[in-house]
Design a protein around this ligand. Sequence first.
Ligand code: PRP
Length: 211
Amino acid sequence: MRYLTFALAKGRLAKKSLEIFEKLGITCEEMKDEKTRKLIFVNEELKLKFFLAKASDVPTYVEYGAADIGIVGSDTIIEEGRKLFEVVDLGIGKCRMCVCGPKSAKELLKHHEMIRVASKYPKIAKDYFYNKKHQTVEIIKLNGSVELAPLVGLSEVIVDIVETGSTLRENGLEVLEEICPLSARMVVNQVSMKMENERIMKLIKELKEVL
Ligand code: PRP
């Protein structure tokens, strides 16, 4: 039996995904050690390997088959647009992709004005403004702390993830429009789905049962 390899998005999601896997009897004790600098973790008994990767890289590992299975947010899956099968909604990491900004920016969205939109998700932002709203905007790609952009005058609005809403509230910003709901998904390499169909289908079935 060959190893099945899992790529997990680093951070909150990885922790929660491992908790779900534990319910299926899939454990990886080594991985829980937060101080470890190890990158790959093996469960010899079940012939499984796990690694943690930056969320935006998870779909890449899965498309190329370096991982058979990935656990990653639907925001990243949409933004990366990789060829893979999305098989299970894990129902964790629930949040929303939104257009946010100061209250005063609401008007700019109504009148289709040419505005600047900062985002870690330029594809999602572009698709929303160009294809859904038919509003021509300038999209500025940022890599984090996107809420800063309207505060310092880089952009009028942002397209970003809102979970509890506290980052917005604490910075005098609000949700102006909602783009879509998001949650963590399990994705599968297209070849692995054929070659390891039995093992992967069993895992999907068991996952759905515990969710
Ligand atoms: C995300 C997101 C928001 C925040 C939303 O950022 O980009 O900034 O969480 O959460 P809230 O609604 O619960 O406040 P993240 O913590 O991933 O870091 P980043 O700023 O580097 O993107």
